[in-house]
Design a protein around this ligand. Structure first.
Ligand SMILES: [Zn+2]
Length: 332
């Protein structure tokens, strides 16, 4: 299904998206106690133990998703990618793209693909919207995403921003996230050894899950999401993050250790009403200690900034450029 990009509508929708997020955040239940025991907390003290932990926790995570949403192979349900006509955006072209969802009875998944007008092979980025958002918000400079997808595209990255609907559990989108990576890497312009992911809010959660489970992601920026269960529960949030099997497995923050030793950066705003900054900083200290066990403390960063629930980019653009080789930092 091909739809056109309508700037006038996108302005209204950006504000609607922010309001919807706020609605979801505040309409949910009050703070609740955090689980105190996990099935597989991170307790490794050597690299071997840490790698064994990763293998077991990743397998359990995939099993938990599988029990909610059985995975189809690409042979069973082909991607059947459809690309609309390219729209000129100056230094890049923007096309609507759709592909068949993992669940063949589900609607096709739409998205936006930006291809820089320069010779390839080029690095690739998956850019993910949050609650109530869609791909066009990721390109919109006026909203809470600050146009991160546009910025990466202008910085020489092939960008794919899929639009995902809300599911009972956010993690149920995992197979479709991996299918989005297939769409990106199938592009002839993309260097498939240089792909990364970023997302804000629920998009940060998806970015975490995708980077945790798909090693084709060489770097990740997780914005407005990384926190301990205790922190997330202390403010009340949409319950879609609490997938059975995953919730009991390990603290939400520790799922990020499945990304090690690959580079990861967390953005945390000081006035984020969904992700309490004090809890996020405490969780980061544990993740830094975890990355040290992998011998990879230089590959993890946190950008704590004076903002609200929004994308920042100050450390994220240079970090992604350094790892993947684009020039988003210069694309202001
Ligand atoms: Zn939700």
């Amino acid at each position: 299904m091909i739809t056109s990009h309508r700037p006038a509508l996108s302005f209204v929708l950006t504000f609607a998206a922010v309001l919807l997020w706020a609605g979801l955040g505040s309409a949910v239940m009050a703070a609740e106690p955090a689980p105190t025991k996990f099935e597989m907390p991170f307790a490794a003290t050597t690299k071997d133990e840490a790698q064994a932990w990763q293998k077991q926790v990743r397998a359990k995570l995939l099993e938990a998703v599988q029990s909610q949403e059985p995975r189809s192979t690409l042979e069973e349900v082909p991607l059947a990618v459809e690309v609309g006509p390219p729209e000129d955006k100056g230094t890049y072209t923007l096309s609507t793209v759709s592909f068949q969802a993992n669940n063949k009875t589900a609607k096709r998944i739409a998205g936006l693909l930006a291809v820089p007008k320069k010779p390839g092979p080029l690095p690739g980025m998956i850019c993910l919207h949050g609650h109530g958002g869609s791909a066009k918000h990721a390109f919109d400079a006026k909203g809470i995403y600050h146009g991160f997808a546009d910025r990466f595209a202008r910085g020489g990255y092939v960008v794919f921003a899929p639009s995902f609907g809300h599911r009972k559990y956010a993690a149920m989108v995992l197979w479709d996230l991996m299918r989005a990576v297939e769409v990106l890497q199938s592009r002839p312009e993309v260097d498939s050894t240089k792909m990364g992911v970023t997302g804000l809010s629920m998009g940060g959660e998806w970015a975490m899950l995708l980077a945790a489970c798909d090693e084709r992601m060489k770097a990740g920026v997780i914005s407005g999401w990384m926190c301990s269960n205790e922190g997330i529960l202390s403010v009340g949030n949409c319950p879609c993050w609490k997938m059975p099997g995953l919730l009991e497995l390990a603290d939400s923050a520790e799922i990020n250790l499945l990304i090690a030793p690959r580079p990861v950066l967390f953005e945390t705003a000081e006035r984020d009403i969904y992700i309490p900054v004090a809890h996020s900083k405490q969780a980061y200290a544990r993740l830094l200690a975890g990355y040290k066990v992998f011998g990879a403390e230089a590959a993890i960063q946190q950008d704590v900034f004076p903002g609200q629930h929004e994308w920042h980019g100050k450390l994220a653009y240079p970090m992604i450029d350094k790892i993947l080789g684009g020039r988003a930092v210069d694309a202001e």
